[in-house]
Write a protein that binds this ligand. Structure first.
Ligand code: NAP
Length: 313
């Protein structure tokens, strides 16, 4: 394909406005040709539609769509796009279940279009250097602490509390997208405790114990009730000292004297994602890694559910 990729953004909520629109505007590989949302009025000077069917029936020419809706409704919209021969960028998590993501992957391959299951946290500045540093280290243990204030980061987002909304695993899956990238061996859920408010269907907090293929323990602590300072930290203890990845992967600290491998040249998570999507489309490839989603599914499969006090938004 020559010329910019004609892109429509679907699901005009927080992440579409905060990150997708500015990244698209800053990338000459893309031309924003439409926005789609059930509510609102769209962007000035850009065609706006209330559904993907309305978009498809219009005379707007589309090559690709970015799906920024909640996960529960993403499969049907993605399939409609694939059937029209459009490339698809999926916000994280790529779906509400593993099976539906696999089915989308097969549908995209059959149609010859790109499917990109994006994991924005993997494009944070410290992640690739952390992966490179850990690759040859003897790891003793890893600790993941992801505690944030849901009222600040997900204001009024009811879908997060509904089945398929993942609750605390909506941010927690970002930590898992980093851990599955930087830790050198596969790991598995051994135990999980999920705290579900009695008026909600999804966990507000969770503690998950993993172990990797060499027996290294990995402890994960997730909470959506954190007021004050927020924690998005991964600490990895190794025989060569302790690596700390803070601020959601943005800030890497290595033991004194250790030389940090060079950071990637991508500036920011979403510009990095759009550069990757453009490359995939141009090369005619897909990128669908379900490893973080599999760990969330396994935590729900192996987890003990405890009812906790109601959560009022
Ligand atoms: P959001 O603010 O609730 O936006 C989602 C939008 O999708 C809504 O504004 C809504 O617009 C549309 N939508 C379509 N069908 C819907 C349905 N059945 N229920 C609710 N909304 C529906 O959510 P968001 O924070 O942007 O998150 C969207 C996705 O991006 C999630 O998968 C999330 O994990 C991911 N994400 C979020 C963040 C963040 O910081 N918030 C960061 C990275 C990734 P209409 O009502 O107009 O259709």
């Amino acid at each position: 394909m020559s010329g910019p990729i004609r892109l429509a953004v679907i699901g005009m909520g927080k992440i579409a406005r905060d990150q997708h629109l500015p990244s698209i505007a800053g990338n000459p590989d893309f031309e924003l040709v439409a926005t789609v949302s059930r509510h609102g009025e769209g962007e000035p000077d850009t065609p706006f539609f209330h559904s993907i069917e309305e978009l498809a029936a219009s005379d707007v020419k589309v090559d690709a769509v970015a799906l920024c809706t909640p996960p529960q409704v993403r499969r049907a919209i993605a399939l409609a796009a694939i059937e029209r021969g459009w490339h698809v960028f999926l916000e994280k998590p790529p779906g509400a279940t593993l099976a539906e993501v696999e089915a989308l992957n097969e549908a995209a391959a059959a149609k010859g279009v790109t499917l990109f299951a994006s994991w924005h946290s993997r494009f944070a500045a410290g992640v690739e250097p952390a992966r490179a540093w850990l690759a040859d280290k003897a790891i003793a243990r890893a600790t993941i602490t992801w505690r944030e204030d849901v009222r600040v980061w997900h204001p009024g987002q009811d879908w997060i509390w509904q089945p398929g909304g993942f609750g605390v695993f909506d941010p927690g899956i970002n930590a898992l997208s980093i851990a599955t990238c930087i830790l050198p061996r596969p790991f598995f859920v051994e135990e999980a405790e999920l705290d579900v408010p009695e008026n909600r269907a999804a966990p507000i907090a969770a503690r998950v114990s993993f172990r990797d293929a060499a027996g290294v323990p990995i402890a994960m602590d997730l909470d959506l009730r954190q007021e004050g300072p927020q924690s998005w930290d991964i600490v990895v203890e190794t025989a060569a000292g302790t690596l700390t990845l803070a601020k959601g992967g943005g800030e890497l600290t290595l033991p004194q004297g250790a030389a940090a491998p060079p950071a990637s040249d991508l500036e920011g998570e979403y510009p990095g994602l759009y550069a990757r999507f453009a490359a995939l489309v141009r090369e005619g490839r897909s990128d669908v890694d379900v490893a973080p989603l599999r760990h969330v599914a396994d935590a729900f499969l192996r987890g003990r559910i405890t009812q906790v006090e109601p959560f009022i938004d």
